[in-house]
Design a protein around this ligand. Structure first.
Ligand code: UD1
Length: 422
């Protein structure tokens, strides 16, 4: 296990390049199971979660080749396939559930242990299963909570999601693309990663319309071919670096930003007093956090609301601004695990249910803090960059699930940060 050692209060400067989005690449890898020919993912982020999902499908019998130098992943159907992925791998990562839709649609069957993942809430998969049943799947749950699903051929139907779940929308899109007839997903998630998945499926010959709106229509096709695809940039990684500039009172340039996709965060940061200049049609952002920043209230919501995946990082910033902020987390019920660690650093935060009241303080003090999940870990790195003295962030494996080389990217813009194995 690794720790990050950070000497805080260094000004950041220079440029950082954002990697492709973890949350786009994972469903795209899962959707590659649907193709009859080889799929090449270009500019893929070399992340632990990506490797875990590749291991899951390799173990099923797919041929996977990962080129870490060129950031490419090639996926091709093997000759003999299993329908039951390795339990230990599935338990490691919640996104393993993304193979349900493709496996059922293409192979008519799958068996899955209940997936694991970040401990940020209860995270049921009832919406996935209800939607798959609507498409004609027979689903049974065994005595250990494992899922057994079967279907001869899925049949297109109208599905209404009670909540615009990202994963359920993705699973159902992937299930419906090879189903007989037309599927309509209403109250669908509208996240940019959903748009990316729809575009990827269409690049392979799928007929997906309306991705990015509340109503997605999918006309089923007989098969999907192979192809090359480059996923979108990671709006959460870009947002984390925007906050790195803001929290250290620095100016940096971030390349690989989609201005529109980052808008919910950008608008809040502007309200705080952070200045932005966009270049190259919004692909690069110069972020200036030099003015004294102000408190803002945030409430997480499905896209285009404020992203739950940026809530923890934003909390670190709000610990150090003028005034009091209210943070309301509506998406996951257990996403304040970084609070005790921030309090250890000198933050003033009180949590009541799903609301955190943050009173800005003049400074945080470096100390030993534990990354409890992916985004909470990133939030502690940000707090440490601004804190007086040295911080040690432990359990960095959480951060490695979703950030490519976080310490090298931060070092490249002037942070005093190093990784040690413990
Ligand atoms: C995805 C992202 C995650 C992000 C989240 C919300 C990936 C790999 N992960 O997770 O980083 O934080 O979207 O933007 O893309 N829910 C149910 N029943 C279901 C499914 C979900 O009640 O069947 C609830 C969840 O418990 C949660 C909420 O819906 O409270 C949002 O979950 P969902 O949108 O499904 O998130 P994920 O796809 O797991």
């Amino acid at each position: 296990m690794d720790n990050l050692i950070i000497n805080g209060q260094r000004k950041l400067k220079g440029e950082v390049n954002i990697s492709a989005a973890k949350n786009s690449v994972l469903p795209i890898i899962a959707a590659s199971l649907l193709a009859t020919e080889e799929v090449t993912i270009i500019n893929a982020p070399m992340l632990d979660d990506v490797f875990t999902l590749c291991n899951v499908i390799e173990e099923l019998g797919f041929n996977i080749s990962i080129n870490k130098l060129c950031n490419t992943i090639k996926i091709k159907e093997g000759s003999s396939l299993k329908i039951c992925p390795n339990e230990d791998l599935v338990r490691k990562m919640r996104a393993s559930f993304l193979i349900m839709g493709p496996m059922l649609s293409k192979y008519g069957e799958f068996r899955l242990t209940r997936p694991g993942g970040c401990n940020i809430g209860n995270r049921p998969i009832d919406l996935h299963l209800k939607g798959l049943k609507t498409l004609g799947a027979e689903i049974t749950i065994d005595k250990n909570g494992g899922i057994i699903a079967k279907a001869k051929r899925l049949i297109g139907e109208r599905i209404y999601l009670d909540f615009p779940s990202v994963g359920a929308t993705e699973n159902l899109m992937m299930a419906a693309v090879l189903a007989k007839g037309t599927t309509i997903i209403e109250n669908a998630a509208q996240e940019p990663e959903i748009v990316d998945l729809g575009n990827f499926l269409n690049a392979l010959g799928g007929k997906v319309y309306g991705q990015g709106t509340r109503k997605i229509t999918i006309d089923g096709v007989e098969s999907l071919k192979g192809g090359k695809y480059s996923p979108i940039y990671d709006r959460i990684e870009a947002g984390t670096f925007m906050i790195a500039a803001a929290i250290t009172g620095s100016t940096i340039r971030i390349n690989g930003v989609n201005e529109d996709y980052c808008r919910p965060l950008i608008e809040k940061l502007k309200e705080c007093g952070v200045e932005f200049v966009f270049l190259n049609n919004g692909y690069s952002a110069i972020v200036n956090g030099k003015s004294r920043l102000r408190a803002v209230d945030i409430k997480t919501m499905p896209y285009p609301g404020f992203p739950t995946d940026m809530q923890s990082q934003m909390m670190s910033l709000l610990c150090l601004v003028n005034g009091s902020s209210i943070i309301t987390e509506t998406v996951f019920e257990n996403r304040f695990m970084n609070v005790d660690e921030l309090i250890r650093m000198g933050a003033h935060i009180k949590v009541v249910g799903r609301t955190a009241f943050v009173e800005g303080v003049d400074k945080l003090l470096g100390c030993k803090v534990q990354a409890t999940d992916l985004r909470a870990g990133a939030a502690l790195v940000l707090a440490s960059l601004a804190a007086e003295g040295t911080s040690i962030v432990t359990d960095v494996f959480h951060i490695d699930r979703g950030y490519v080389n976080i310490e090298n990217k931060l070092k490249g813009i002037g942070a005093d940060i190093r990784r040690i194995a413990v």
